[in-house]
Design a protein around this ligand. Structure first.
Ligand code: NAD
Ligand code: GLY
Length: 371
């Protein structure tokens, strides 16, 4: 076992480390112990992850002398709602959670977002640690402190910024992740290359298939580079007053698609982001900002690894561009009636614009409909 790679997220007194490595679950307790305010933690996870990885987490906590309880939630995007948040908080209070108890989010983005939000509000805020088990959570949702839940009105509309004390990304746990979930997470990896890391995008063109197929070195490199990219942006703009919004590349389109299909298995978050990024680049080309070749290059790479790249990739669904535009109007990134879009001048040159005419957006959506 090699030593984990350490990436600092620099946020003053809220700074923390992301550790990326193979077999980190076995030493999780040892890494957490010095940070805990009392030797007690409550692990929050979902039933699928619990069946595969909870025992290893519990062993490592016991080995480090940390007392623990566990709460197991249903594995679904639907779990990220007020009803489950209330039940989770009631369980924590039943377990006599104290202000010095630490929550451990063991799972994907759903568990991480919900647990982080519970940690932000129970007893007016307690510590939590992220142990992300999906690729998406390792490269994105576990880093940066965005926590929250969905509403029938849209994704992540209720939540708070609450930074974890530590992120432990064990790339070995990705070996049990279904390929479809892995691919969905890979979309967020590609996102960093498109935003401001053109060399990383080129590396992904050469090694993306190895990342997907399970090459340990390639996976670690992809997670480390992604975490470094996200840490840099979050350190510059923790609360999304400016450049952090670049991380929403593909999300304005993507969230509209997710809202339309109802946050289910029909379209995973990362799949929606994959299509959303292609649409964002198509929009950039339409607005004469970006060379058409860069949009084609993104589409080629996403398709080469097996990701969804257009509305025609969602079998049996008839999309209505006007309805999708209406969903965008309800997005939390709307300000003064204007939706902020992440556009690009090319691969690695993302920019923000709140001056996009929605008729251009509708035209891009219409052009991407199946013929
Ligand atoms: P998820 O948490 O639903 O996990 C996907 C599925 O994989 C679940 O069924 C889960 O049980 C299973 N799973 C998890 N780890 C596994 C493993 N190692 N082996 C086998 N199965 C495993 O989905 P996700 O894609 O991780 O996260 C999506 C969520 O993340 C969305 O709600 C999205 O809004 C949120 N998100 C948040 C941020 C943020 O900054 N907070 C960023 C991006 C996405
Ligand atoms: N996933 C977008 C962000 O963390 O800001």
């Amino acid at each position: 076992m090699t030593a984990p790679t350490r990436q600092r997220v620099d946020l003053g007194e809220r700074s923390y480390d992301i550790l990326v490595g193979d077999d980190l679950l076995a030493s999780a307790g040892r890494h957490m112990a010095p940070l805990l305010r009392q030797p007690r933690a409550i692990v929050v996870t979902d039933a699928t992850v619990a069946a595969i990885h909870l025992a290893a987490m519990e062993r490592s906590l016991a080995d480090a002398g940390i007392a623990y309880d566990a709460v197991v939630l249903p594995p679904s995007e639907q779990t990220k709602d007020f009803g489950h948040l209330e039940k989770l908080i009631a369980r924590l209070l039943d377990m006599k959670v104290e202000r010095s108890t630490t929550l451990i989010a063991l799972g994907g983005g759903v568990v991480g977002d919900l647990t982080g939000f519970a940690a932000a509000i129970v007893l007016r805020g307690i510590d939590f640690v992220q142990v992300p088990t999906t690729l998406l959570a390792q490269v994105d949702s576990s880093v940066g402190g965005k926590t929250g839940i969905n509403m029938p009105h849209g994704k992540n509309l209720v939540g708070s910024f609450h930074q974890p004390r530590l992120v432990l990304a064990d790339t070995a746990v990705l070996s049990t992740l279904p390929r479809r979930q892995l691919l969905a997470g890979y979309a967020e990896v590609v996102k960093y290359g498109v935003i401001d890391r053109p060399e990383f995008f080129t590396w992904l063109e050469g090694h993306g298939m190895s990342v997907i197929d399970g090459d340990a070195g390639a996976r670690q490199h992809a997670v480390i580079e992604s975490c470094a990219a996200k840490a840099a942006i979050v350190a510059e703009d923790e609360r999304e007053a400016g450049p952090r919004a670049l991380l929403n590349l593909g999300h304005t389109f993507g969230h509209a698609l997710e809202a339309e299909v109802g946050f289910g298995d029909e379209l995973l978050h990362g799949e929606a982001v994959s299509i959303g990024m292609v649409l964002a680049l198509d929009l950039s080309v339409r607005l004469n900002l970006c060379p058409a070749e860069d949009a084609a290059r993104l589409r080629r790479h996403l398709a080469a690894v097996g990701l969804t790249t257009g509305l025609d990739c969602v079998q049996g669904r008839i999309w209505n561009p006007q309805r999708l535009v209406q969903h965008m109007a309800r997005d939390k990134k709307v300000s003064g009636g204007w939706t902020t879009f992440v556009l690009v001048r090319g691969i690695g040159q993302a920019m923000l614009s709140d001056e996009v005419d929605m008729t251009d957006v509708e035209a891009v959506l219409t052009d991407s409909l199946p013929a």
